[in-house]
Design a binder for this molecule. Structure first.
Ligand SMILES: *[C@@H]1O[C@H](CO)[C@@H](O)[C@H](O)[C@H]1NC(C)=O
Ligand SMILES: *[C@@H]1O[C@H](CO)[C@@H](O)[C@H](O)[C@H]1NC(C)=O
Ligand SMILES: *[C@@H]1O[C@H](CO)[C@@H](O)[C@H](O)[C@H]1NC(C)=O
Length: 306
């Protein structure tokens, strides 16, 4: 009975001068003044929109859910390294142009398209399956990507408690606080209250020549999709700050017809086990469209863990 949206405006990015070599540090901070901005926002809503009642302005104690954080793998320019890895896996030396093509396909997503005609090389006995290549060569265990994680200033020893692996239409991603993994926001690991002074998530990433990381910040029901705002994670330690606005609907709202309220709740999904959201809907429609027109798609909504 709730909907949540994340305002990622007002993000300020501060790069520290200090560069810690291989460590990629960035912090997602939610600063205290964001609460004040939310109150102001609610007040404005209350004054301009007769259907919104800003009762939350009276809360002196509250618990809020951190947004969903997605860390997705994206391509770098490691064609030679990829060639070497292909050699190791298949015990065979492939032509550079061929491995490059496989590399490009492995990182294919709606924002990262490869328009060249596939090179046909009949001298290879393999029937190259891009999903297989991804499974063999890219990490699916968060320990391979996350070096250290701190939430509210405390070290999280097991990254799997927070980041769950999923395949989205943007490729291989580790998602935190996403409704794909939890039945309700109350069960999510990243929550903070009025009593927490340190409302930050700090991530130290492991660097790889094979891929780079891209960060997505969205509501817990949303998935990284082609139209999401992304934040490229560089080697410079960077801080991002976000305002979080959480909207609680009255329980009775779900009894209103969908045509009347003009939106759906995450539980009202057309695909079983998939929380409904605009982004999930877009990804599913894209996948269906691709299957219809080309009989292939890298994203299969029914199989999100391979
Ligand atoms: C096909 O692969 C072989 C073996 O690596 C290579 O010598 C040949 O140039 C490739 N052909 C094309 C068209 O890429
Ligand atoms: C991920 O790797 C860690 C450390 O190597 C291991 O303990 C854990 O079981 C792995 N998780 C999965 C899901 O394979
Ligand atoms: C929050 O905790 C992190 C990690 O311990 C620390 O680096 C950071 O300075 C803390 N932030 C505040 C505002 O205390």
């Amino acid at each position: 009975m709730w909907r949540k949206s994340v305002m990622n405006f007002r993000g300020f990015i501060r790069s520290f001068v200090e560069n810690k070599g291989l460590l990629w540090i960035f912090v997602i901070g939610i600063s205290g003044w964001s609460t004040v901005s939310i109150l102001v926002l609610l007040k404005t809503r209350y004054e301009t929109d007769s259907t919104t009642i800003g009762v939350s302005t009276a809360y002196s104690r509250w618990i809020n859910t951190f947004p969903s954080i997605g860390i997705c793998l994206t391509k770098s320019r490691a064609f030679n390294e990829f060639k070497a890895m292909m050699r190791e896996y298949f015990q065979e030396d492939f032509a550079f142009s061929f491995t490059r093509m496989i590399y490009e396909y492995a990182f294919l997503n709606p924002n990262n398209i490869f328009t060249k005609e596939p090179t046909k090389n009949t001298s290879y006995p393999y029937n190259f399956n891009i999903l297989d290549i991804r499974r063999k060569m890219f990490p699916t265990n968060c320990t391979e990507c996350f070096k250290e994680i701190y939430f509210r200033g405390e070290l999280v020893t097991d990254c799997e408690e927070i980041f769950k692996f999923h395949v989205t239409e943007m490729g291989y991603c580790f998602l935190a606080n996403n409704l794909l993994d939890y039945d309700s926001i109350e069960e999510m690991p990243l929550r903070y209250s009025s009593l927490d002074n340190n409302r930050s998530l700090r991530l130290y990433m492991r660097s790889s020549v094979m891929y780079k990381y891209e960060m997505y910040v969205n509501s817990p029901e949303d998935l990284p999709f082609f139209n999401s705002l992304t934040y490229t994670i560089s080697t410079d330690p960077t801080t991002y700050a976000f305002n979080v606005e959480e909207i609680h609907n009255h329980e009775g709202v779900i009894d209103e017809p969908i045509s009347q309220r003009k939106c759906k709740f995450p539980s009202e999904s057309s695909i079983e086990g998939f929380p409904y959201s605009f982004s999930a809907c877009m990804s599913i429609i894209r996948s269906e469209f691709e299957m219809k027109t080309c009989d292939c798609s890298l994203f299969n909504p029914k199989d999100r863990s391979t």
